[in-house]
Design a protein around this ligand. Structure first.
Ligand code: FES
Length: 100
């Protein structure tokens, strides 16, 4: 199912923004004209990653500093062990769509 997330212009470059869509909490990260969308809840102790920060291609949970790759969702640094789910993104005429 393809769903509209937001306008590309709603996302600032290098910023993490949270969204609630279809009962899921997601984060979107824009890097130039690319957008990455992942589950927005840390797999360690369920902290909201919209409050996290970005370091290169990693999102960092501020609670215990787990790091996740924004492209794959894989854990780069513990204590989290489980990856974040990632969603495929399409940008069409300035609108961001994801596949749920
Ligand atoms: S809740 Fe995210 S690292 Fe612990």
């Amino acid at each position: 199912m393809q769903l509209r997330l937001c306008k590309l212009s709603d996302l600032k470059d290098e910023e993490i923004k949270g969204f609630d869509l279809q009962g899921k909490h997601l984060i979107a990260i824009r890097k130039g004209n690319e957008v990455f969308v992942l589950d927005g809840i840390c797999t360690h102790e369920e902290y909201d990653l919209a409050n996290g920060f970005l370091l290169e291609d990693r999102v960092i949970c501020p609670l215990h500093l787990s790091q996740f790759d924004i492209r794959t969702g894989k854990v780069v640094n513990p204590p989290a062990e489980k990856p974040l789910r990632t969603y495929s993104v399409k940008i069409v005429e300035g609108e961001v769509y994801i596949e749920l």
